[in-house]
Design a binder for this molecule. Structure first.
Ligand SMILES: NC(=O)c1ccc[n+]([C@@H]2O[C@H](COP(=O)([O-])OP(=O)(O)OC[C@H]3O[C@@H](n4cnc5c(N)ncnc54)[C@H](O)[C@@H]3O)[C@@H](O)[C@H]2O)c1
Length: 319
């Protein structure tokens, strides 16, 4: 039997697929501490991984391991240098993890531009009439300029939604050709600073790498328009949190939407938790019934396909 560790529970649809697969013997591992992973994982041939960090020290002990199938597309919680050295395959849910995040970005843009939280509170507090006399700076999305940083799977879904709202879309992604961005109705930006100066809305959909860590710091925020909003659903640390909090407080930019944090969960004293100019969600861009079900099935199917030697090449991370 092939032994599969399901590291961190996922939607039952994917678990059922793995458990009903005749060649597999599966175990769900919910204690994600390093100590537990180090003692449990050496017994397995394959791992599905949602949350939980698998570093080189753990991998060193996993002599039987042939494949890790990520529940998601980011893989900053795995030591990829080690995987490469040992020729262990890394798979991601390349086809099911972009619609919900793109919708989540739209939800954050809408929440900020329409002051949804403010209106909701006002109605519940009996301020239905007086709300008209209060200052509110809601704005239309039509004709606003959006800069999508990272024109991959999520970026490509996002542009369609932005164009649907009649926004003008710029994309900054040095690894994507102009003709691809053109074909989606966007405008390629070669220089990040140029894009930041133009945009009303800046949305990041890039992986966390050495190059993207601290991609947006205070100096970059100072280049932005005063009405600019930043949406980060990618990974914490791509937008520097302290600088963002300062930029919001000092009205250097208007607002921010964050689904991801430098430390997750964030500490209670993280000032962004109290910042009214920020809309926050708990790394939940994929938390829809559809996305979680499809991601779990794709995670499971990828590992089945690996052992059946019929893997779709889009699922394999080139490392
Ligand atoms: N919050 C969530 O729940 C959630 C869900 C899905 C994905 N994500 C994150 O979003 C990221 C993007 O997802 P995706 O599926 O679109 O990935 P993707 O790999 O399809 O696209 C990423 C794009 O970023 C570009 N890129 C890389 N480095 C760049 C740089 N320095 N400057 C500009 N562009 C750069 C790449 O060329 C690529 O086109 C993932 O890596 C993951 O970390 C978060």
């Amino acid at each position: 039997m092939v032994k599969i560790a399901i590291v961190d529970k996922m939607n039952q649809d994917g678990i059922d697929l793995l458990k009903n697969y005749p060649k597999f013997e599966c175990e769900i591992i919910e204690d994600l501490s390093k100590k537990n992973l180090m003692s449990k994982l050496p017994a397995f041939d394959g791992i599905t991984l949602r949350r939980g960090k698998i570093d080189a020290e753990i991998l060193e002990k996993c002599k039987k391991l042939k494949v890790i199938s990520r529940h998601g597309v980011g893989f900053d919680n795995v030591d990829i240098k080690f995987l490469k050295k040992k020729n262990i395959k890394l798979l991601v849910t390349a086809t099911t993890t972009s619609i919900s995040p793109a919708e989540h970005i739209m939800f954050m843009i809408m929440n900020i531009s329409k002051g949804i939280d403010f209106f909701d509170k006002a109605v519940r507090n009996g301020e239905f009439g007086s709300v008209m006399h209060l200052k509110h700076d809601n704005f239309e999305l039509s004709n606003k300029k959006v800069l999508i940083i990272g024109f991959g799977r999520i970026g490509k879904k996002l542009i369609k939604r932005c164009l649907g709202f009649e926004m003008k879309v710029y994309a900054y992604d040095p690894y994507v050709e102009k003709k691809v961005i053109d074909s989606f109705g966007g405008i390629k930006v070669d220089d990040l600073a140029d894009g930041l100066k133009k945009a009303d809305i800046i949305s990041l959909s890039v992986p966390l790498t050495k190059e993207t860590k601290n991609m947006l710091t205070l100096d970059k925020m100072k280049m932005m328009k005063k009405n600019a909003i930043i949406i980060n659903i990618s990974r914490g640390g791509i937008v520097n949190e302290k600088d963002l909090n300062d930029a919001l407080n000092e009205k250097i930019i208007y607002g921010a939407g964050l689904d991801v944090f430098e430390k997750e969960p964030p500490d209670n004293n993280n000032p962004l938790l109290k910042n009214k100019r920020a809309v926050l969600s708990p790394h939940a861009a994929t938390f829809t019934q559809e996305c979680l079900s499809k991601m779990s099935i794709e995670t499971a199917q990828n590992i089945i396909d690996f052992f059946e030697d019929k893997l779709n090449k889009n699922a394999v991370v080139k490392i």
